[in-house]
Design a protein around this ligand. Structure first.
Ligand code: AMP
Length: 283
């Protein structure tokens, strides 16, 4: 595996490679890698000649300074796992390398309704920061295929929109990979490392409450079902940002289901200091 810390080196290397390679697959990450991340790399390896991943804890997408400061960093172990997974190239830039002109956004991204709900509502500025870093990375790597996890459902939609705003729909194809889970259903996440042993046991309630919605879904009013899921989390000591049942394509809330519309249930909740998110497609 080649490791590049400088954008220039990465770009020079890729432009040489591109003359021969049929396709480049790219999976951006913030490190503290787990099997969920590695599943993106596995998918990229299967479908491309060159697999590129990046590790960059992007300061501009953290609306909470403490969350940024406490974000787990396990770079030596990450490199070992990426080697084992057969990644061709790791891009490991510094903040200065990604933002040579400083981190202030020069323009804002028009994300419309997407930015007003769920993660957009509870983490102001978060998706602007996500677009800022992903745009920079896409311009550098110029991938044919971009690998993202369904775990960050709304982020996939935001990045899809970013690709349209960049007018790159014809050259970058989004590949959304399923959420990998622990045996008890907890979605794998770098933030899980911050849970204590007892919090880790309780954390599975997020999956249970989403599964409760999925398993009891019936046409008609969904408010009682949603409230039951909320109660389950509250009884387990979660502080809830949201539990929502929405249209799977638009994220518009659905309170009365016609039995046909494609739905997704999404949740974000704090267990003490750690904020966890998850989602399930319902039908
Ligand atoms: P992160 O390092 O959290 O920014 O995640 C990097 C990429 O890995 C994103 O596209 C995530 O959606 C994806 N990802 C994170 N957790 C999982 C998971 N449990 N299963 C599949 N993909 C994941």
């Amino acid at each position: 595996m080649l490791i590049f810390k400088k954008s220039r080196q990465l770009r020079d290397h890729l432009s040489l490679k591109k003359q021969k390679a049929r396709s480049i697959g790219f999976a951006p990450t913030m490190g503290a890698l787990h099997k969920g991340h590695l599943s993106l790399i596995e998918a990229a390896k299967k479908e491309n000649d060159i697999t590129v991943t990046s590790i960059f804890v992007n300061p501009t997408q953290f609306n909470d300074k403490k969350d940024f400061e406490k974000y787990p960093v396990t770079i030596d172990e990450d490199i070992r796992q990426l080697e084992l997974a057969g990644t061709d190239i790791l891009f490991l830039p510094s903040v200065e390398e990604i933002y040579p002109a400083g981190t202030t956004l020069s323009q804002s991204y028009d994300l419309g309704f997407l930015e007003t709900v769920l993660e957009g509502k509870f983490r102001p500025g978060h998706f602007q920061g996500v677009c800022q870093v992903v745009e920079r990375l896409l311009l550098l790597v110029e991938p044919d295929h971009l690998y993202l996890g369904q775990k960050d459902y709304q982020q996939c939609m935001v990045i899809n929109r970013l690709i349209s705003l960049m007018k790159k729909e014809d050259s970058i194809k989004l590949k959304i990979c399923p959420t990998l889970r622990e045996q008890d259903g907890l979605a794998m996440s770098s933030r899980n490392m911050r849970l204590s042993a007892s919090e880790r046991q309780i954390a599975t309630s997020i999956y249970q409450s989403l599964s409760l919605i999925k398993n009891n879904l019936k046409p008609g009013d969904l408010s009682l079902l949603k409230q039951t899921a909320i109660n389950l989390l509250q009884e387990n000591g979660f502080r809830i940002d949201y539990v929502e049942i929405t249209d799977a394509g638009s994220l518009q809330p659905v309170s009365n289901w016609d039995g046909k519309q494609k739905l997704v249930a999404l949740c974000a909740a704090f267990l003490n200091e750690v904020r966890l998110i998850d989602n399930l497609l319902l039908n």
